[in-house]
Design a protein around this ligand. Sequence first.
Ligand code: HBI
Ligand code: FE
Length: 289
Amino acid sequence: MPTLEDLRAEHPEIRSDFTIDQHWERYTPGEHGVWRTLFERQSKVLPGRACSEFLDGLKRLELVPDQIPDFERASDKLEKITGWRTVAVPSLVPDDIFFDHLANKRFPVGQFIRRADQLDYIEEPDVFHDFFGHVPMLAHPVFADYMQAYGKGGQRALTEFGMLKNLARLYWYTVEFGLIENGEGLRIYGSGIVSSRAESIYSVESPSPNRIYFDLERVMRTDYRIDDFQESYFVIRSFDDLFAATYQDFAPLYARLRSGGTYKPGDVLSTDRVQTRGTHTYVGGSHAA
Ligand code: HBI
Ligand code: FE
């Protein structure tokens, strides 16, 4: 995790909350071209796979294929819908800074974009993962409230309970890699999936991974892979369910989590409500961004 000092060299204006100026005018035609390639690829694979709430958010924010969004202008639209804004950051930011932004309805968006030879793999969230992947769902009022509650919960998990690892798993299996099964059938809402062409297809169509109905404690006990497709996806039935499950006092849950099992990414438990049990036939590849 880079420190403020590390980042100041490249971003002299960086502020104590790790935000920088986007400098939209500095993006090159090549960088806008990478955005366009990624946007057009996802526009082909997401209809019928991403949930309508995500696709509606994309439309309401009027994101266009041929240009990286101007964060201030897009935030003016987003703020009218759910009160959220995006802030530019140069990289991953420390957990306490990240939670504080979410708790105040500010989503940190990577200011940089991956290179044309990195279309399928990025280590750090860039503007395409963050803006295309995360921001459209922030136009959904219930999901936006979930994200703010996550930020507030994160601050407590960090300072009062030392339960960051458990909370990071919740973020990973919902915000990043969550699936939803409602009237439309099985659909994607997780940002890590919607911003990746290969995983957009794999997550809802491959027989290989497990798909298990969401249970808060089960998710908070389950480790995850950061370098490959997920071996298990957790499926919610509605965003109201997700918000309700997590809008409670976590203290008793944290007490239970101090003992008892931690599960491997591919485990299926007898107590699981299984939507589909995976064949685990997928042979590892690179984690498509
Ligand atoms: N910082 N910019 C940025 N974006 C993230 O998604 C992010 C982060 N810091 C920490 C983090 N995510 C996760 O570890 C959270 O679960 C805390
Ligand atoms: Fe992300």
